[in-house]
Write a protein that binds this ligand. Structure first.
Ligand code: 0X9
Ligand code: CA
Ligand code: ZN
Ligand code: CA
Length: 534
């Protein structure tokens, strides 16, 4: 076992305990880094190091495994937070490394983040505050089989992929940064050839390592809402800070909002100003599909960045301290910023979008449709979170463009053969996940809505908003009724004081009704928020 650097508090006792616990093939077949590179952690050393830090800081560091590699190695991870055993409602951040076997600096980077937080807790006020108010997850080495193979027989093998054989071929290895299930199979520097270094795998998530990452990310969806708000996946090399997307050159494609793009770029540029790296959209380097970063943002709207460390592959271990150290400020900044990434856009955006609830309705965030199983609208006419098609009858009725991105709640998204083909008849309801209101006055429910109808509408047609208390009672806080005139679709703004609910846990409900004799009625909702207190 190699001597740890002095600042690391590994004890012989804990190393022994860990190797006894492990008893795995990984420990038996341990390889070492070649001469001049011994400062990097092999899988065995990484395993011992993470265990030792967790043992030394049991109150704030908890070690676990997100699953096993193809060859059965544990994919070690930690959670770092105060009250670490409890899932507290604190913003979460994810750092990971080692998707690519030969990019060893990334794992050293994640170990440094672990040490900064664990060793700085109770010593450094800024770090103490971060640990007390965030939940930080670190996955140190997504591809341990590849990393171990890369140093097999104590020399480098220039290996990138995992070590999973490809069925129906003699090739080994899938590029784990091409195997995620978001836009998997798209173009760019992504190969269908099992021999290629960028082989995407036979199907999305065919690799156990990426499946473990996928399942871990899914496990952080609590009450319908992804808890992880920001993260960095560490790669090597190029000294780059990259934001989504990589699958397209477009800055704001339909699966991104303008606000998100502006904040992603602003935060990325800020981090790059602190580490001296070059900031850019990932596709500015080259187009890829199936990457972890695109998956995390595309699926969950995690503000996910790719950092390319170093200026060359296999830098000497003498570079580890400087290369990781220059990223300390960026890592701390992102953890702080994770409280509300959009707040980077300034005071007005912060008030609007950093309150108790913020949903641009672009991804699933825990709303229930027909929560009481009492709605009467047929399935195709209920609120669905989708991209509406425009309809016209005596002017625009259903509008085809949401106020953010490409999705809204809409009463039947398709246009159909006639304007009434997918309009609302009967009642449809959506109910939000729980919203913990701040204990301060000035919070408002704001949303955008369309309420369009034919001249045969009556006051039996309506869109209503309710606030549901924990005891189940519901208060109507917003009402718009039909009138016997033709009303075209236009996005309007609702804004309602929630001062009556300060400090409470509430849910929002929106109910659209086509009552009386069915007539043409279209309802849309977007950008539903509870603003910050003034
Ligand atoms: O190709 C990759 O997966 C990353 N580079 S590496 O040299 N570490 O292999 C870059 C991913 C960034 N994303 C895009 N360029 N789309
Ligand atoms: Ca905590
Ligand atoms: Zn890489
Ligand atoms: Ca939207």
């Amino acid at each position: 076992m190699r001597q740890s650097r002095p600042r690391r508090s590994t004890t012989l006792g804990s190393l022994l305990a860990v190797s006894l616990l492990l008893g795995s093939a990984a420990a038996v077949n341990a390889s070492e880094f070649p001469p001049g590179k011994e400062g990097y952690h092999s899988y065995t050393e990484l395993t011992a190091e993470v265990a030792a830090v967790a043992a030394a800081h049991p109150g704030i560091v908890s070690r676990f495994s997100i699953g096993q590699s193809y060859k059965g190695r544990e994919l070690w991870a930690v959670k770092i937070s105060d009250n670490v055993a409890i899932d507290e409602p604190e913003p979460e951040v994810l750092f990971d490394a080692g998707h690519h076997a030969d990019e060893h600096m990334g794992t050293e980077m994640t170990l440094h983040i672990l040490h900064w937080l664990a060793d700085g807790y109770g010593v450094d006020a800024r770090i103490t505050n971060i640990v007390d108010t965030r939940e930080i997850w670190i996955v140190f080495l997504v591809n341990p089989d590849g990393a171990e193979f890369d140093i097999k027989n104590d020399r480098f093998h220039f290996w990138r992929k995992n070590r999973q054989p490809t069925p129906g071929s003699s090739s080994i290895g899938t590029d784990l940064n091409r195997n995620y299930g978001y836009r998997w199979g798209g173009g760019g520097k992504t190969s269908t050839n099992p021999q290629a270094i960028t082989y995407r795998g036979p199907s999305a998530f065919s690799s156990p390592e990426d499946r473990a990452m996928r399942d871990f990310l899914a496990s952080r969806v609590v009450d319908g809402r992804q808890q992880i708000r920001a993260g960095v996946t560490f790669h090597e090399y190029g000294r780059l800070v990259m934001w989504p997307y990589g699958y397209t050159k477009r800055n704001v494609p339909s699966d991104m909002t303008r606000d998100d793009h502006a904040a992603l770029a602003k935060i990325g540029r800020h981090m790059a100003a602190t580490n001296g790296y070059r900031p850019q959209q990932a596709s500015d380097l080259y187009i890829t599909s199936g990457t972890s970063r695109d998956f995390e943002y595309g699926t969950y709207r995690i503000f996910s960045y790719t950092f390319e460390l170093s200026i060359k592959d296999y830098p000497d271990d003498s570079r580890i301290e400087a290369e990781t150290g220059r990223n300390k400020e960026a890592a701390l900044y992102l953890m702080e910023r994770a409280w509300c990434p959009l707040g980077a856009l300034g005071a007005a955006v912060k008030t609007a979008r950093c309150g108790a609830f913020d949903d641009d309705l672009e991804v699933s965030r825990g709303w229930q449709v027909d929560p009481d199983d009492t709605d009467t609208a047929r399935a195709g006419a209920r609120f669905t979170r989708s991209n509406p098609e425009p309809t016209r009858r005596h002017g625009k009725k259903q509008l085809g463009k949401p106020t953010s991105g490409s999705r809204a709640y809409v009463t039947g998204a398709p246009a159909g053969a006639s304007a009434t083909a997918h309009d609302l008849d009967g009642r449809t309801t959506i109910r939000s996940p729980e919203i913990q209101m701040a204990a301060a006055a000035g919070q408002r429910l704001t949303f955008r809505y369309v309420f369009a109808h034919s001249a045969t509408s009556t006051a039996a047609d309506s869109l209503r908003a309710f606030v549901e208390r924990e005891n189940g009672s519901q208060a109507e806080v917003f009402t718009v009724l039909g009138t016997p005139t033709d009303v075209d679709g236009v996005w309007l703004a609702g804004s309602i004081s929630l001062d009556a609910y300060v400090g409470e846990s509430v849910r929002l409900r929106f109910v659209a009704v086509d009552g009386g004799a069915p007539n043409l009625l279209e309802v849309e909702l977007d950008d539903i928020r509870v603003t910050r207190p003034n």
